[in-house]
Every structure is written in C-alpha cells, then in structure tokens.
Design a protein around this ligand. Sequence first.
Ligand SMILES: [Zn+2]
Length: 530
Amino acid sequence: MASVQLYDTTLRDGAQREGISFSVVDKLTIAQKLDELGIHFIEGGWPGSNPKDVEFFNKAQNLALSHAKLVAFGSTRHPKAKAEADVNLLALANAGVKIATIVGKSSGPQVTQVLETTLEENLSMVADSVGFLKTKGLTVFFDAEHFFDGFKANPDYSLRCLQAAAEAGASCLVLCDTNGGTLPNEIVAAVEAAKQLTAVPLGIHAHNDGELAVANTLAAVNAGVSQVQGTINGYGERCGNANLCSVIPDLKLKMGINCITDKQLAKLTEVSHYISEAANLIPDTFLPYVGSSAFSHKGGLHVSGMAKWAESYQHVDPTKVGNQPRVLVSELSGKGNILYKARERGLDLPSRGKEVQKLLEQVKLLESRGFQYDNAEASFELLVHRVKPDYQPPFELVDFMVVVEKKRRPPSQKNLEEMLSEAMVKVKVSTEIIHTVAEGNGPVNALDQALRKALLQFYPSLAQVRLVDYKVRILEESIGTGAQIRVLIESSDGVNEWRTVGSSTNIIEASWLALADSLEYWLLKHKTGD
Ligand SMILES: [Zn+2]
C-alpha cells in the first residue's frame, strides 16, 4: 500500500485567503489541533516575511507536538546574490525548525518574464538555496512553483529545475499547480515525467481555481506522489488550496491509504469547525464530510430509507469523520457528546442524573441563541460548573450601564473630535455589592475597566489577565441590526490562554457575557483567596 504524508499549510497559504488573519495564539492552538489530527508536517509561516511569524516560531519551541513536525517556509535567494547573505534564507536557518520548505520557480516563462533573469541563473538560485540550507543541517522540501504550467510550456526546463533541487539535496520535490488551472490528466502526465527523472520523493500542492484541487491531489497520489499539501477547509489564496478535510477521508476511506489513524480521522469534523472559528469564518455547512449538512437528510424518501438501512443514502459512515447523520441525532447521543467534551477537559460529571440533563438543556438553549462552544472551552467549562447545585460563582453581575458620547468641539479643534465611553458596573462578591465607574476608548473597554476596578479589590491577582483578541460575528446576516451577535474573547495571563463566548442581539451585552466569563473562569482556576 502506498504511504502518504500529510503537509498542512493552513497557517501560511491558508492565511492568504481574503478576510483571514490569525493571531499568534490562534496559530499556536491551530498547530496543536493539527497535531492531534495526525498531520505529519505543519507549515507554520514565513519567518523571513513578517514579525508575527518570527514570534510564532519562537513560541512554537514550547509546543508539545506529539507527532507533527514544524516546517518554516521561504523562497530561493535573489538573482545574482549570495545564498549565505540572503536575509530570508538566514531567517529559515534561524527559525528553530529542522525542516524548511523553499519555493522556487520551475517554469521557463516565469523565470524570464516575472523574475527577469536567465534560465541558468534560476537553476543556480534553486541549487544554491537548497544547498545552503543543507549546510545548516536542515531537511529541505522544494516547492516547484508553476511546475505544471511550466511543464506545458517547456517540459525540459521544468524538469531541470527539479533536477537542480534534487542534486542539491532536497528531500522532497513538491510539484505546484500554483494557478490552479491544471486538469487531472495533465497532472498525471507531468508527475510521471518527474518520476522518470528522479528517485527523490515527490509531493503535490494544488490550488482550486478550476475546482479540481482535491481531484488533482488524488490523481497525483495515484501517479505516485507521497507528500500531499493542503489546508483545512480548503482555505487559501483566491479560491483556496486542496481541502485536507476532503483529501484525508478520500485517501483513507476510498483509496485505503492509512495516512492517519481511525481515532484521528474521527476528529476531522471537530478540527474543521475549530479552525473556521479561529479564522472567524462561518463554518460552511455544505462542506463534504465535515459540514453539518453533509449527512443531513431532508427528503422524506431518504429519511424513510435511512430508517430501514443507514447506508442507503450516505456514501460513508459519518461517525468515521466525527460527523453525524442529522435525522438520527438522539437525546442520548447529544448527552454522549457533552459527557465526552466534559471529560476531555478533566471535568467530572455523572453519566446519569439531573445535572447532565440540565447541562444538555442549557447547551441546546444557548446554542439556539447563538452561543457556540467549539472554540470557547472556558465558557463551556463554566456551564458544567453552573449546573452543579453547590457552585459558588466568584462574583455576580447586578447591573451595568454604558454611555457612549460623541463630543462636539469648537471648529478650531475639529480634528480632535472624539468618542467617549463610560461604564457603570454593579457586581456582588459574596454578600457585598460594589459599584464602580470607568472610562474607556470604547464601550467594551470601558466595561472591562469598570468590572476589573470592582473585582481587583477582592482579587488583586486578576491584574495579570488581559484580553488578547476580540472577535465579533453577526449571525443571521439578513436581519440587519436586529441580528444575533456573537462575541469571542481570547484572554491570557501570560502563561495560559482561554476563550469565552457571549451572544445577544446587543453587541455590548454579548461582549459583557464573554468578558464576565473570561474573568470568572480565571478566578475559578486560581482559587487562592488572595
Ligand atoms: Zn500555494
């Protein structure tokens, strides 16, 4: 059986999708999730291109990856320059990783018209750059940019580029359909030509502009490539990259290639949703395998068929990819999921009894109001505590008021016109009621300040907690300003990060709920009575 290694580039190519901006913390937690899924290589970013990626690689040193290897991405040296003086290659050598992927041109017309150098110089650029990283002790993968288009225009030259990388010591030659317009039969022909040329393992990196990225990837595997590059949910530049959430189950369930374990495959849906939340994108319900509609049955005929024979209207068993057939969701399976989630977080809940039932009802009710717990584990944990009869919250909200004022200035100071926000908060800590007022640069900031002012008197160590990310999502977009608003907050105390969620038709209330959850969660974890 062929063996295939999975290479994820969600954090680099995936982040090129319009509208995606991952924070460093997002990137670190996504890397962790990809590791749990069984991905072999995680491309973390381009350390030579931006400070955020440098910070990511610094912090990633502390990631406890059980299986995956972290890869840094960069490009070949500049024309007529020295590899050992190339800032981008030096950043790769200093990224603290053992593997680097460098992209280089492998298409004649791209070299002469875009890079504006000679075909020979480009070959030297490829060889020098691979060779330099090898001398630094790195394993090097070579991304052959525009390989398939180049192969059509001038096959000999594209193959010579591969040869140059192979001779310089590249461990994998990744054939890229950079513009995403190649057809599966063309992919096969070019892969076969590359196979004739070299014994170095080949990889495939396909874009989806002709909606063929997954098909092209599978065709390349059939033709003999052993490394598959793609992204979760197919995120990527323009129309995206090959969607690993489809490629992986296709490889494993249809082609019998055991690229990850059964247990890891069962995490696929969760990972897909987690990453769409982190990307602040609404999960696409119609995605194959992982979408919530992928196994939902609306037609009466289908539903009655499914009742007789579960496989009558579905191509695979949805539980294999961690999804579920929608018509068959029972109260019991809902309970099972919640118990599983609670235990995963080390929380103790009896499998029977009122508490679980109450928790299940709460989750269902809150989800119907727009709360979403896939990426807000701290809020979920609080729900589990709150159904316990003896739970004592560290504080309770009595009420709050926020005033937003746009101050008029005399015409001479027109440029100084500013918005002022002030929040009044009343909270109860054990039997005491505290009343505070604070100003902020916006209503949420003012609320945060006022709430902290109240709580710091009782819990001084709360000063370490800060907000690192704040995401707003409008649900049911067609309803306009009456729509439900979900706020996701990411907080940190310098050691740990946690995420909380709030939802309301009012953005301030949604923010307040997420904010209060964040502080309550931290206090719960640090019951030191300071
Ligand atoms: Zn790409």
